[in-house]
Design a protein around this ligand. Structure first.
Ligand SMILES: [Zn+2]
Ligand SMILES: [Zn+2]
Ligand SMILES: [Zn+2]
Ligand SMILES: [Zn+2]
Length: 499
């Protein structure tokens, strides 16, 4: 493992994890690394074995091994290299086998390393697999049918690679892979059927989880992962990555981590019924309007309680309320602002204003407001919604954050529009408001400039740079005009005084 100067691998009562070997500053690169192996997602896209990009329509077989799937015969990726090509040929895996089951390439690549790169194999095989927790679960059975039975049919399960070892390899892959969204591809992240390719990164796999991360991850076009400090990290502190969705409530995050990563998260946010004071999972008491929170978030199935009247609610009831809220939102057209506002209003009787069900819908609304007439009401509403999201994100995702950068970018845009709309005739006020927007735009860039240039956020960062330049020159001209005007007025006044 390439241990750079700023991190160290610790092994103590918390297990194995990376920690800062010195004080790290926000924005500092902790490490960059290329994936040990990449592979297709569990479901969805077929990817080119060589460049890793999703295959849109047709594919070709590698001209030398006639086994690997490529996006085109002249693809110049590096992932299907000569050693893999000859290893696949020697292994004698029929081409049809991988075409019918492209997921096979991921564990297969892992297995081939045993001969081609024994050191890397040794490191990878030591990663956490949670094999006992996975035994006989649906995912275990799924791998048995789609991976192991296929490998068996081509004679690849033997004394060296037993069924047990291949299950372990599948476990290591599932538990430690990072979803990677290569910038050039147009992955639609909101489409659940379209998942990103996955990559196994040795250093990144050793980052411990915390629902409040202190790192910022990005992947460039060549699948190179960069891990930066999103906040200042003190010497000896763990380097954390949040493996779950920061905007999900504790119940959902815990479920996701338990099902995918096989552990019960008891981080500060997960242990706090108010989720660090954000109340992102809290409901409203129908009796007294108090705040209803879990009494013991780390004890599954524990009751919920009103902070005011102390009325208790069964956990099953909470699930019903959340599902009903989601159903109401799913029922309406996601592009209809009026209907969305109405349903939010209805839900606000049951949900805490910061509840994630509302936040998610409000994020959708922020985007929709950009399509509406830019009048004072719409712009003010949009800015208020952005401000609310940012306040919550500052707590649950402190420091550098992709989401915050994107929201700030939308917000400054509305701020400029609103300033121009309402202060056309009062240049002094216009100047103040535009300077606020400038600050917001600069802040947005602080987050987005850490993105690879070709990623969607990186492209926004480039647009933001251009907009900042023109906003600054507009502000400067406006300022100069005002100064000239004031000077002229003072001169007139002085002349009057002299007379
Ligand atoms: Zn390709
Ligand atoms: Zn080949
Ligand atoms: Zn947690
Ligand atoms: Zn109450």
């Amino acid at each position: 493992m390439d241990k750079s100067k700023c991190m160290v691998l610790k092994n103590d009562k918390f297990g194995r994890y990376l920690a800062a070997s010195r004080d790290l500053k926000q924005g500092e690169t902790i490490f960059t690394e290329t994936p040990a192996i990449i592979g297709p997602p569990l479901i969805g896209n077929l990817i080119c074995f060589d460049c890793g990009k999703p295959i849109e329509e047709s594919f070709v077989f590698c001209t030398s091994c006639k086994i690997a799937i490529k996006c085109s015969s002249d693809c110049t990726g590096e992932h299907h290299n000569r050693s893999e090509c000859s290893a696949l040929t020697t292994a004698g895996i029929p081409g049809k086998c991988l075409a019918a089951n492209p997921r096979l390439i991921y564990p297969l690549r892992f297995m081939l390393l045993k001969k081609s790169n024994p050191d890397l194999w040794k490191t990878l095989v030591e990663l956490e697999s949670h094999i006992e927790a996975r035994r006989d679960t649906p995912i275990w059975k799924n791998h048995q049918v789609s991976i192991i039975d296929t490998l068996k049919s081509v004679g690849f399960i033997n004394e060296e690679f037993t069924e047990e070892l291949v299950q372990k390899i599948c476990g290591i892959i599932d538990v430690n892979s990072f979803e990677i969204r290569p910038p050039k591809s147009n992955f639609n992240l909101t489409d659940p059927h379209q998942q990103c390719p996955r990559g196994l990164y040795i250093n990144a796999a050793l980052m411990a989880h915390d629902c409040t991360s202190n790192t910022f991850l990005s992947v460039n076009d060549d699948f190179v992962l960069t891990v930066k400090a999103s906040t200042n990290i003190a010497k000896n502190s763990p380097i954390f990555f949040n493996y779950s969705n920061v905007l999900h409530g504790t119940l959902d995050r815990k479920r996701h981590l338990k099902e995918g990563k096989y552990f019960d998260c008891c981080c500060e946010r997960c242990s706090d019924p108010s989720e660090l004071g954000t109340d992102i999972s809290s409901l409203k008491c129908h009796k007294c309007n108090g705040t209803v929170r879990s009494t013991a978030p780390n004890r599954p199935g524990s009751d919920w309680e009103c902070s005011e009247c102390k009325k208790q609610f069964k956990r099953s009831l909470i699930d019903i309320v959340i599902n009903e809220g989601r159903r109401l939102i799913e029922e309406i057209d996601r592009n209809d602002v009026n209907k969305l506002v109405k349903v939010l209003d209805k839900l606000s009787a049951t949900f805490h204003p910061n509840h994630f069900v509302l936040l998610e819908t409000e994020q959708n609304l922020i985007g929709l407001y950009s399509l509406l007439p830019s009048n004072e009401t719409n712009l003010t509403n949009k800015i208020d919604l952005c401000r609310k999201q940012l306040q919550i994100l500052d707590v649950i995702e402190p420091g550098l954050s992709r989401i915050k950068g994107m929201i700030m970018y939308q917000m400054q845009f509305a701020m400029v529009q609103l300033a121009n709309e309402t202060h056309k005739k009062t240049p002094e006020k216009l100047l103040i408001k535009l300077r606020d927007a400038e600050k917001c735009l600069m802040e947005s860039l602080k987050h987005l400039l850490h993105e690879p240039l070709k990623s969607p956020e990186g492209k926004v960062a480039q647009m933001a740079m251009k907009e900042l330049k023109s906003l600054r020159s507009f502000i400067e001209n406006l300022h100069n005009d005002l100064v000239t005007k004031q000077l002229a007025e003072t001169r007139v006044k002085n002349r009057k005084v002299k007379k």
